[in-house]
Design a binder for this molecule. Structure first.
Ligand code: AMP
Ligand code: ZN
Length: 112
């Protein structure tokens, strides 16, 4: 999608600090980290939100969750939180499916 900032990052039209990349997935440091380690993990295919997942396109989510332990281990995270915000009222601000990987300090138990 031409006006999607995460698609621009995938296409190297915007800079990012990459921590993982393969043919389907990209992971990079969040520009405004909320924890000492805050990584954004995205599919290279544009899916606007988790609400757009279905039986045809959801295989990428399994692929993402298969690489999260590797990314976490590489960054020295033993304990971490994975977050997806789906829709503006749930805090989604970038409309390209992404998972936040948060860690590097003790996280409280609050979800919202
Ligand atoms: P969300 O609010 O769940 O849609 O998360 C979007 C996240 O993307 C926020 O944590 C932003 O700080 C982050 N973000 C926005 N623009 C960039 C960028 N250019 N590079 C890295 N992270 C970004
Ligand atoms: Zn996109």
């Amino acid at each position: 999608m031409s006006d999607c900032i995460f698609c621009k990052i995938i296409n190297d039209e915007l800079p990012s600090t990459k921590v993982y990349e393969d043919e389907n997935i990209l992971a990079f440091h969040d520009i405004s980290p909320q924890t000492p380690v805050h990584i954004i993990i995205i599919p290279k295919v544009h899916i606007s939100a988790a609400s757009e997942l279905n039986e045809q396109n959801s295989e990428i989510v399994a692929k993402i969750f298969a690489v999260i332990p590797k990314i976490a281990k590489d960054l020295g995270l033993e304990h971490y939180r994975i977050v997806n915000n789906c829709g503006p009222e749930a805090g989604q601000t970038v409309f390209h499916l992404h998972f936040h990987l948060l860690g590097g300090r003790v996280l409280n138990g609050k979800m919202a």
